[in-house]
Design a protein around this ligand. Structure first.
Ligand code: GCU
Length: 403
């Protein structure tokens, strides 16, 4: 077995320090450059753990290792949903210590011959907003108008019929049902469940809200592994914008997600931070102080100090297929920076003999999805719509079924 010697600038813990004493691989700041790594072995043994540690300690914060008790209860199920196209299943995730269950909504293709692949993603405004289906249990904490939930208001973002007809289940849960998206000093959501005695807020290197959302996606995956209708080896995790940042962080930590998809995730997601185009680390931490860990504040107006930029996050998916999408009018998310991250992560895929991205950013509406790193730049605004989903279904078809 090869021995490694690591010299690097970053604080590392435990086994990494042990390896550091006996190494021949030099790890120094990666910055915002393409990831040129010597071999798969070096990537897996040295670079990946170092990069993961950086994102845990300095960006999203550590997810607690400790488990809490969770039970899953199917609270509603119907054949013949969506005009006969789907089975609808709603599962309450009861998390010990949390008053309100988290509701998981599933649409599963009707008449499937066996377990089906799935797209799993969080929604912004409630499960009941993804489709007008009256039977959807309104997500707790979601907005209402005149006492009525806004059923179907986000259906353009969730083309459920199309996805189900394509042979995939749609699985979703609401972000505010897991951890409300405002800064309350981490009193609500799952954070307090993990505090040590006397602790009242996460430490500087402990998870924020994106970390909690990502954790919940893994807890849904725990359930999917037990659902006989789902092929849990074929679950693509996806998300739009802040929930795209979340999908990436979930995919980085949990290798059970077979494909990871970022839609317009921007700063703190797919986009390189050190370009300082669109949203900056300063602005995102000022506007959303609860999303990341406190250590991330070190990089406000100081992006060049980042040990590694967001290309490192994309590379953490390797060798699993990853897809990054941008939109032409979404300059706030820096489409060029999103593309460059995926491009700069591509050499890691190439180590595995897999095809990454090459060359300049593709023209609008010219998706590149023949390899393991997919990308498209959709014409239009910051959003997720049928065009984006069509690319994701095609990408998943290729990787899951070779078609
Ligand atoms: C804001 C925020 C972005 C985020 C977006 C969203 O624009 O600045 O970082 O991605 O909201 O979630 O829609």
């Amino acid at each position: 077995m090869k021995r490694y010697i690591i010299a690097f600038a970053l604080l590392l813990v435990g086994t990494l320090c042990a390896r550091a004493q006996e190494s021949s691989v030099i790890v120094s700041k990666y910055g915002s450059e393409p990831l040129k790594i010597g071999s798969v072995e070096e990537w897996e043994q040295v670079h990946r753990p170092v990069i993961m540690n950086f994102f845990e300690q300095e960006v999203y914060g550590l997810t607690p290792l400790r488990q809490v008790g969770i039970t899953y209860e199917v609270v509603e199920e119907a054949q013949g949903a969506l005009g006969g196209k789907a089975i609808r299943r709603q599962v309450a995730m009861h998390i010990d210590g949390m008053e309100t269950p988290v509701y998981i909504l599933m649409y599963i293709p009707a008449n499937a011959k066996g377990p089906v692949p799935a797209f799993l993603g969080m929604n912004f405004k409630g499960n009941h907003q993804i489709n007008p289906d009256e039977a959807i249990i309104p997500s707790p904490n979601a907005p209402v108008t005149k006492g009525e939930p806004l059923r179907g208001a986000a259906s353009s973002r969730w083309p459920v019929e199309y996805v189900v007809e394509s042979g995939y289940a749609v699985v979703t849960l609401n972000r505010d049902n897991v951890d409300p998206d405002f800064d309350d000093g981490f009193k609500n959501g799952p954070h307090p469940l993990f505090y040590t005695q006397g602790q009242t807020a996460p430490k500087a290197n402990e998870w924020g809200t994106i970390g909690a959302w990502a954790w919940s996606l893994s807890r849904v995956m725990d359930y999917l592994q037990t659902d006989k209708d789902i092929d849990s080896n074929k679950v693509a995790v996806l998300g739009h914008s802040r929930l795209g940042k979340t999908a990436l962080w979930a995919g980085a930590q949990d290798q059970r997600f077979a494909i990871v998809i970022s839609n317009d995730s921007g700063c703190g997601g797919a986009a390189l931070s050190n370009r300082e185009v669109g949203e900056s680390v300063e602005v995102i931490n000022r506007s959303f102080p609860h999303w990341f860990c406190d250590n991330y504040n070190k990089y406000r107006n100081n992006e060049s100090a980042l040990f590694i930029d967001q290309q490192g996050l994309i590379a953490l998916m390797a060798p699993r297929p990853v897809y990054v999408a941008s939109a032409t009018l979404d300059q706030w998310a820096d489409p060029v920076g999103e593309y460059l991250s995926a491009l700069y992560a591509s050499p890691v895929y190439e180590l595995y003999g897999l095809k990454g991205l090459v060359g300049p950013q593709p023209a609008p509406d010219s998706p590149v999805r023949s390899g393991h790193v997919g990308y498209h730049l959709r014409t239009g605004k910051h959003d997720i719509n049928i065009y984006d989903w069509q690319q994701y279904v095609a990408f998943a078809n290729m990787h899951f079924f070779g078609k």
